[in-house]
Design a protein. Structure first.
Length: 320
C-alpha cells in the first residue's frame, strides 16, 4: 500500500552547481527545488519517482501532460521525486495519496502475460512487494549482514504445487490457466527441477522474475525469448531466509537472480554506490537496481518483513 504523508522540511542545502537551486534530502533521495520556494519548517509533501499525478490539480498543472514523476539531471546532480507544499491546514502525517488521487506507475504488460485466470490454490500466497529502500533504508540497522541481488526488470511470477500434485502458475497477482501465458512457457528446461523442489518442500511457493523479451531491458535475449530467475520462497506462513533459500535452490539447479553480495555489512550511507552498474543477467544494459535483504529475516511491527528495493535513477530516466 502506497502512502504520501505530510512532513516537516528539516533541512535545505545549496545545490553545489546552481545558485538558483537548493537540495532537499528525503531518506536517500536528493530532490532539487527552486531556491526560495521552501523554508526549513515548512509542511511539505514528497512524491517519489514513478508516482502518477493528476495534472488538472493546481499544484501539478506546471507539469503539463507529464503525469509520471521521473528523475532528472539538473546541473550535474540527479534530482529524484517532487516536493510540493502541503494542503493548507493539513497536519503532519496526513496521507494525501487518496486525497490527491495519486497512483503508482506500472509498466505495461506484454500480451502473453495476460492469459486466462483460474481459481487460486488453497492457502495464503502473498503478493510480492518490496519496500522502497530510498525512503525506508533506515529500517535495516547499519552493520546488519545483508544479501544483495540484482533487481531484474521483467514480470513477477509465483509457482505452487498443491496437495494433488497440480502446479499452480501465477503472475504477480493472478493465478493463470496452465499453458496459457509466458509464466508457463518459461518453465521449459527446468520444470522437473522446480517440481522436485516443491515436492520436497510441501506447501512452499517459489517466487521469481520472468525476463528477457518482456520489458524494454532484453538482457541479451532474441525476440520472443524469455528466461526465469527465482528470488524468494514463501513457506506456508513465513519467508525463507535468503541464504538458505539460495543454497537450496542451487542444489536443485534452479535459475536464480544474479548475486552481488552474499553477506555485506549494511551501510545506509554506502548502499547508494552499489545501485548502478551493468546487469549480470546477460546483455550490455544497465541494471534496473538492487534488492537488499538481511541474511536473517527482520520483522517490522508495521511493515512486516524488511526487504528493500533500490531502483536506479539512471534506469528511471531511460525507462519509456
Amino acid at each position: 500500500m502506497h502512502t504520501c504523508p505530510v512532513i516537516v522540511l528539516n533541512q535545505l542545502d545549496p545545490h553545489p552547481n546552481a545558485d538558483t537551486l537548493d537540495i532537499v534530502q528525503i531518506g536517500l533521495y536528493s530532490c532539487a527545488v527552486k531556491k526560495g520556494e521552501f523554508r526549513v519548517g515548512d509542511l511539505v509533501v514528497f512524491l517519489e519517482p514513478d508516482t502518477l499525478v493528476d495534472t488538472h490539480m493546481a499544484q501539478f498543472q506546471f507539469l503539463g501532460d507529464k503525469r509520471r514523476i521521473r528523475p532528472q539531471r539538473l546541473r550535474g546532480l540527479v534530482s529524484q521525486g517532487l516536493l510540493v507544499p502541503a494542503p493548507e491546514g493539513a497536519p503532519v502525517g496526513l496521507d494525501v495519496w487518496a486525497l490527491w488521487g495519486l497512483q503508482r506507475y506500472e509498466p505495461p504488460q506484454p500480451v502473453d502475460t495476460v492469459g486466462e485466470a483460474m481459481t487460486p490454490p488453497q492457502g495464503y500466497f502473498p503478493v510480492y512487494d518490496l519496500l522502497n529502500g530510498w525512503t525506508h533504508g533506515d529500517l535495516i540497522p547499519d552493520g546488519t549482514p545483508v544479501m544483495i541481488t540484482e533487481k531484474l526488470h521483467g514480470s513477477s511470477a509465483r509457482y505452487h504445487l498443491d496437495t494433488h500434485g497440480v502446479l499452480g502458475v501465477s503472475s504477480r497477482r493472478e493465478w493463470k490457466r496452465p499453458g496459457s501465458t509466458v509464466y508457463s512457457r518459461v518453465l521449459d528446461g527446468f520444470l522437473p527441477d522446480l517440481v522436485r523442489f516443491l515436492v520436497d518442500f510441501p506447501g512452499a511457493t517459489a517466487y521469481g522474475e520472468v525476463y528477457g523479451w518482456v520489458q524494454e531491458l532484453r538482457y541479451g535475449h532474441q525476440k520472443g525469448q524469455v528466461s526465469f530467475a527465482a528470488f524468494d520462497l514463501w513457506q506456508r506462513d513465513h519467508w525463507a531466509d535468503p541464504i538458505w533459500f539460495r543454497d537450496m535452490a542451487e542444489s536443485y539447479h534452479l535459475p536464480l537472480v544474479p548475486l552481488l553480495a552474499r553477506s555485506w555489512s549494511y551501510d545506509s550511507h554506502a548502499i547508494a554506490a552499489l545501485i548502478d552498474g551493468n546487469t549480470l543477467a546477460g546483455g550490455e544494459e544497465r541494471r534496473e537496481g538492487i534488492v537488499v535483504r538481511p541474511v536473517q529475516n527482520l520483522i517490522h511491527e508495521v511493515d512486516g518483513r524488511i526487504a528493500l528495493k533500490f531502483v536506479s535513477a539512471l534506469h528511471l530516466q531511460q525507462d519509456p
